[in-house]
Design a protein around this ligand. Structure first.
Ligand SMILES: [Zn+2]
Length: 308
């Protein structure tokens, strides 16, 4: 039987276990941060028939919830499409139908933040009905929801998962039939920024090119100018979007590197500022990736060599 896996996020677990989640809530977090897992966990806990230790995993309600066949848990917009007004009307109709076997229904609305104003206003009407259902809105950007909708909901922000928990979760899993090495698991857990989905993706597909180059770049800072040249040459083949990702990855890595090696902070901060400028130039569309990567090579390979 499937367990209800929800890593970290004790604030959500405890509220759901205590049946104190709220009747309209928003789970706000990036792709891969575990919003769907949190919603499945919360729905199961809310409808579990055990007196404690919810979700118990063994009562009829939990078994149906784990199998995805609970009649009173409605997962709306599973594909993450744009929700239209007619969809919200359909949801409203469903909310009027009495639950089959539970005291109330749980509606999980995926990508609620993609709704346009009209759909959000329609949803607001549903949230304002004196119904006993629980509505869990999943959002990657809760700020995109109307203030009127947000003020009706309790907002739970998804928390980053510790590398230890991510490693423990991944251990024993296989990707395309192959178990990752402990070093690969550790790297995925360390570099995912607390986002379990990202860790899994990096093990499934290998590290994305910009991220790989960014970690090579950061590692080669202060090394031979040739190794920096090599990384920058590889970066020059990236698309504009990929180079933007490369810049983001490098700046994130530089912050970490500065904390780990404060004696190098001045040099790292100079590189950081330079990369930020490059990203601005990239969005202004007035510099080619080739030119930017060559300038970066010159800065780090020669100008800053002393400091690094
Ligand atoms: Zn149960």
């Amino acid at each position: 039987m499937k367990r209800f896996d929800l890593l970290g996020n004790r604030h959500i677990k405890e509220a759901a276990q205590a049946h104190a989640l709220g009747s309209a809530v928003i789970f706000d977090g990036a792709t891969g941060s575990g919003k769907k897992a949190a919603a499945a966990y919360a729905a199961a806990a809310l409808l579990c028939r055990a007196d404690s230790g919810r979700p118990c995993g063994i009562c009829p309600s939990c078994i149906q919830a784990a199998a995805g066949s609970h009649p009173d848990i409605v997962f709306f917009n599973e594909n993450g499409d744009n929700i239209k007004v007619k969809d919200i009307r359909e949801l409203r109709m469903q909310s009027f139908v009495a639950p089959s076997q539970s005291p109330f229904k749980v509606f999980i609305i995926n990508r609620a933040d993609l709704m346009n104003q009209e759909s959000q206003n329609a949803l607001l009407k549903v949230l304002e009905e004196p119904l006993s259902s629980v509505f869990i809105l999943l959002a990657e950007n809760a700020a995109a929801l109307l203030q009127t909708v947000r003020s009706r909901c309790r907002i739970y922000t998804m928390e980053p998962i510790s590398p230890y928990e991510v490693s423990a979760f991944i251990s024993g899993m296989t990707f395309e039939g192959k178990a990752p090495s402990s070093a690969e698991i550790a790297a995925a857990a360390e570099n995912c920024g607390g986002n379990i989905g990202r860790a899994l993706l990096s093990l499934e597909k290998g590290v994305p090119k910009p991220a790989k180059l960014a970690s090579q770049f950061t590692a080669s800072l202060g090394g031979s100018p040739l190794s920096i040249m090599e990384v920058c040459l590889a970066a020059s083949a990236l698309t504009r979007n990929e180079y933007g990702d490369f810049c983001s990855e490098v700046t994130a890595a530089l912050i970490k590197a500065s904390l780990a090696r404060p004696e190098k902070a001045r040099a790292y901060s100079a590189v950081y500022d330079y990369i930020q400028q490059q990203r601005d130039k990239l969005t202004d569309n007035n510099a080619s990736v080739f030119a930017l990567s060559s300038q970066l090579a010159a800065l780090c390979g020669t100008t800053l060599q002393e400091l690094l």
